[in-house]
Design a protein around this ligand. Structure first.
Ligand code: CTP
Length: 220
């Protein structure tokens, strides 16, 4: 069922962190490695999907030569790539850890250590998941991720609603072995209609298969 469903589907996936430049030598980033998104991309490519992987800076290499890689650095670049790709896609899977804010001003020379206090004015980045969720047609599916530290389910359900996603993959930083830096993850998947699926701690490659099975069985 899963192979049949994903064969020749066109899918955009985001992965990794974004870097928001402060000056030529510094940026605001986060600990995302991109492993979860790359694992989903590889699994889909194996199933015969046309995979478009929009990736923030990571140390990972794409293995399957059929995956089209769009390397980006900032949230704005990731947003532009996704908005261009999405209209022709069947499914969007937004697993990137996108920086919520970027410096308002980029300093084109290195900031010197002159002051005791330094303020960096930040402005909100566009929300890619929310933009695609609100733009999606009835034949398109949009999946988001949520990494939470407290009131996990409540926050994930709020994101599902606010960003108009079809499902949210939730992982908690409180679960040992889940989230950033690990090759394992422990997820729950919350569907728009309220159903919740819980999964045990697994390797991210196996988590990718669980996510794809859940899409094929419940959202197709
Ligand atoms: N996301 C996105 N674009 C952004 C911020 C987040 O596409 N600018 C996506 C992520 O890829 C993920 C989901 O939104 O699929 C949840 O991201 P998260 O940072 O947890 O949500 P926020 O809306 O930023 O909520 P908060 O930081 O308040 O928890």
């Amino acid at each position: 069922m899963i192979a049949e469903y994903f064969k020749s589907k066109k899918i955009v996936i985001t992965a990794g962190p974004t870097y928001e430049k402060i000056d030529p030598v510094r940026f605001i980033g986060n600990y995302s490695t991109g492993k979860m998104g790359y694992a989903i991309a590889e699994e889909l490519a194996k199933l015969g999907s046309e995979v478009h992987l929009v990736s923030g800076p990571t140390a990972l290499k794409v293995q399957n030569p059929s995956i089209k890689l769009y390397p980006v650095e900032s949230a704005l670049q990731m947003y532009d790539a996704c908005v261009n790709l999405f209209p022709d896609c069947d499914i969007a899977i937004m697993s990137a850890a996108v920086a919520d804010y970027r410096p308002k001003y980029y300093q084109d020379v290195k900031i010197k250590k002159n002051e005791e206090d330094l303020m960096i004015h930040l402005v909100k980045n566009p929300d890619i998941l929310s933009a695609l969720g609100h733009a999606k047609k009835s034949n398109q599916i949009v999946i988001g991720f949520a990494l939470e530290t407290h009131n996990e389910l409540e926050h994930a359900m709020d994101k599902l609603q606010r960003k108009q996603a079809d499902a949210i993959v939730l992982n908690s930083l409180n679960d040992p072995g889940a989230g950033f830096k690990h090759s394992t993850n422990k997820i729950s998947i919350i569907l728009k209609k309220g159903t919740i699926f819980e999964f045990p701690l697994k390797e991210k490659t196996e988590v990718a298969i669980d996510i794809l099975n859940c899409i094929a069985e419940n959202l197709a």
